[in-house]
Design a protein around this ligand. Sequence first.
Ligand code: CMC
Length: 442
Amino acid sequence: MSNSPATQASQVKPGYSLVNDATGEKLELPLVGGSMGPAGIDVGKVYDRFGIFTYDPGFTSTCSCKSAITYIDGDAGVLLYRGYPVDQLAEQSTFIEVAYLILNGELPTKAQLEAFEASIRRHTMINESLKSFFNGFHYDAHPMAMLTAVVGSLSAFYHDTTNNKDPRHREIFAHRMIAKVPTIAAAAYKKYFGQPFMYPQNHLDYCSNLLYMMFAVPAEPYHVHPVAAKALDVLFILHADHEQNASTSTVRLAGSTGCNPYAAIAAGIAALWGPAHGGANEAVLKMLSEIGDVKNVPAFLAKVKDKKSGVRLMGFGHRVYKNFDPRARIIREQCHKVLKHLGVDNDPQLELALKLEEIALKDEYFIERKLYPNVDFYSGIIYKALGIPVNMFTPMFAIARTVGWVAHWIEMSADPAGLKIGRPRQVYTGAPRRDYKPLTAR
Ligand code: CMC
């Protein structure tokens, strides 16, 4: 592990304080320690004592909560789910087993895994009347718009499990949400192509079922390619959780009000859609199409480095990773394997992506700023090889991340200290107090 700016929580000695230079008044700031990584300075009393706020837009050094789900060491490029390295899970586990781990904290026994899988399979169908919601959308609606709306609409269907304080209610919500999100995403895909909705097939595993619901048609038999299902499973493991990213923090913030949990997940889906977050996988493919050819890479990178252009190298850079994103490394390796198995190993966009990465990694601009490929740089190339259209890339991310969102919502809702509403403060920069002027006097 790297030497983080603060030493490991357990080794930190108290010794941080805030001093008002004018009066000499001193406030000791207690440390909130964790099990690994930097501790947090508790600034909760600063306003009470000094009448000032702390200011950290974008939360660059502010923790919003304690969490025991996922650990990232951005300098070392480490990602752990419940302590387990993501590369070991991607190599040896399955998405459903990882979902159990993330939700429950421990790897399941055989019986626990079977029971969990059976429960997820049993909840895959959506209410028939929910299907008709799709009729309200124009044929070319973005699938993320439909996913956000229809997941939010689940809050109108399940009135039997809305007690956030009841562990069984929380568990049923979790299983329903994880089971139904692929069905809803596949329905959004079918709407886009004008094809009939395909009901889930519960004899299939999670990812095979998703591929079936997307690509099968009632007119002919469809066999899921096992390589495609396996590739999707690995991608889903890599996307399952990423601690307090923008969409997860959105789920927590919305959930902190005690709102319906499906509505909180819909808020997370909306946040994921942005190109700075989950929407980057779609943006990467669009960028590669725009660049078109390896010979255009230098001119494109010149544009990226010119701040006035507003162009970014999509799929590069990360708030936390200042080293290779470990997920990108795994996906990069997977890319070649999967494309070879599927017989599309001379993909020109993969060649272009590799060249772009090679040139960028040697460029002073990216070296200085510690900008490396992130999870979204290569995932789109695999999705494309699986026949998934570009506008479905972010819904794929959303299906996998649902596990993380649900786990964080449960962790927050089950906190014995109780739900504390998330309510940031602000530095006001508007007009000072002034008196209303009637229209005739303006
Ligand atoms: N291309 C060009 N320059 C960049 C890029 C990029 N992709 N990313 C950061 N920079 C520059 C930025 O202009 C700034 O330069 P300077 O110091 O000269 O002002 C410096 O690097 C620091 O960037 P920042 O915007 O302050 O960093 P951040 O932590 O606020 O942003 C980020 C992180 C992921 C939003 C950003 O790197 C980015 O926009 N990347 C492209 C979009 C992307 O791939 N997003 C997916 C993230 S991973 C998956 C997920 O979270 O969903």
